[in-house]
Design a protein around this ligand. Structure first.
Ligand code: F0G
Length: 351
């Protein structure tokens, strides 16, 4: 059957009542890419796959949850949706709201979201409000607003978001023929690790898969409340998508970690950028800095005894590298400028 998005594909696992209410951009069905060049640099003997969520219509995994949250809002007769965002949620909410005719209000931390994401929210016609504060403060504001005014919250505290996002774990299992042994992903507000774990458990409980992966999350070192065991008042990291000090799904992420026998650890900005460059330079996969946390974690845990040899490891790359061209250009070698003649080009081309 032609791919029609995650709600059509996994309707029986999702909470929508009526297929007529589906608002879809044909999200999901993203590539699972074998990462042989990463495997080759590892000490451990692992089969590594990259679940490239940057291939979703708005360039991040948020579309999986947003199709369900916005379809449900339509089903309920809602008129407007609201979210706080480090960028990707706002881009996705704005796009799905545009498609459905709902109004979108998005609160973002001023000056701290990547330009690509800001441009998306603006182009899709959302009411973009910049807050003089961080994500955690913006989230508190939208919680208060959605409690007191006729506007539906579409952050991952809305359970429909988690329902939609769990479809990524279904796709991984469908593609591999079983669940992987380890699933690695970045952790920010902690909705995604919660969603994957829910999805893996549902497939296991329905007998579709025979095992459950160890859920392995990575936070940015400057924004690692779960790892450090305390709220971070002023989170700071180059990976603005996960610049979060008080994750909404904190306990659920700890449950996923503990029930699965996995772990949640942190990677420094240098380690994130290193993994980001390895992915782009050796695998041909351009993700955003926060997304590289999954692979930074893989590189960090390699050779420590955490992975059993012969295991399958899936790393989610949550968003596309084009979201944040500024960081890409800053962390790369700068191009040479030459005159428009063969001699000068030859002088630097290294032929
Ligand atoms: N990676 C990217 C690219 C993200 O945008 C986010 C979260 C995460 C990882 C972390 O996922 O929050 O489910 O643990 N972005 C949110 C946003 C906070 O507003 O776009 P999480």
């Amino acid at each position: 059957m032609k791919w029609q998005g995650v709600l059509h594909k996994y309707f029986d696992y999702l909470p929508l009542e009526d297929r007529d209410n589906i608002v879809s951009l044909t999200e999901g069905n993203t590539p699972l890419i074998r990462a042989k060049n990463v495997e080759d640099v590892l000490e451990d003997d692992l089969e590594v796959y990259l679940k490239f969520e940057g291939a979703n219509p708005t360039g991040s995994f948020k579309d999986r949850g947003m199709t369900v949250a916005v379809s449900k809002a339509v089903e309920n007769g809602d008129r407007a949706v609201i979210c706080a965002s480090t960028g990707n949620t706002s881009a996705s909410a704005a796009a799905f709201a545009a498609k459905s005719g709902l109004e979108a209000i998005v609160l973002i931390p001023e000056g701290k979201i990547a330009f690509g994401k800001l441009s998306q929210a603006m182009m899709h016609g959302a009411n973009v409000i910049q807050v003089e504060g961080n994500f955690d403060e913006a989230l508190e504001l939208v919680l208060e607003l959605s409690d007191n005014y006729p506007v539906t919250l579409v952050n991952s505290l809305n359970p429909n978001r988690i329902e939609g996002q769990k479809t990524a774990s279904f796709e991984v299992s469908d593609f591999l023929g079983d669940a992987p042994d380890y699933h690695m992903l970045p952790v920010g507000n902690a909705g995604n690790i919660t969603a994957y774990w829910k999805g893996y458990k549902e497939y296991y409980d329905s007998g579709v898969t025979s095992k459950l992966p160890k859920m392995t999350g990575f936070q940015a070192a400057g924004a690692a409340p779960i790892v450090d065991g305390a709220r971070v008042e002023n989170p700071e990291t180059v990976a603005t998508a996960i610049r979060i000090g008080n994750p909404a799904s904190w306990e659920k992420a700890e449950n996923a970690r503990d029930e699965s026998g996995g772990l949640i650890d942190k990677a420094s900005d240098e380690e994130l950028i290193e993994a980001y460059k390895v992915l782009a330079g050796k695998e041909g996969v351009f993700c955003e800095p926060a997304s590289a946390a999954s692979v930074a974690g893989l590189l960090k845990l390699d050779g420590t005894g955490y992975f059993e040899d012969g295991s399958t490891v899936t790393c989610t790359l949550t968003g596309h590298g084009l979201k944040d061209p500024d960081i890409a250009i800053e962390s790369s070698e700068q191009p040479e400028t030459v005159g428009a003649n063969v001699d000068e080009v030859l002088g630097v081309a290294g032929l």
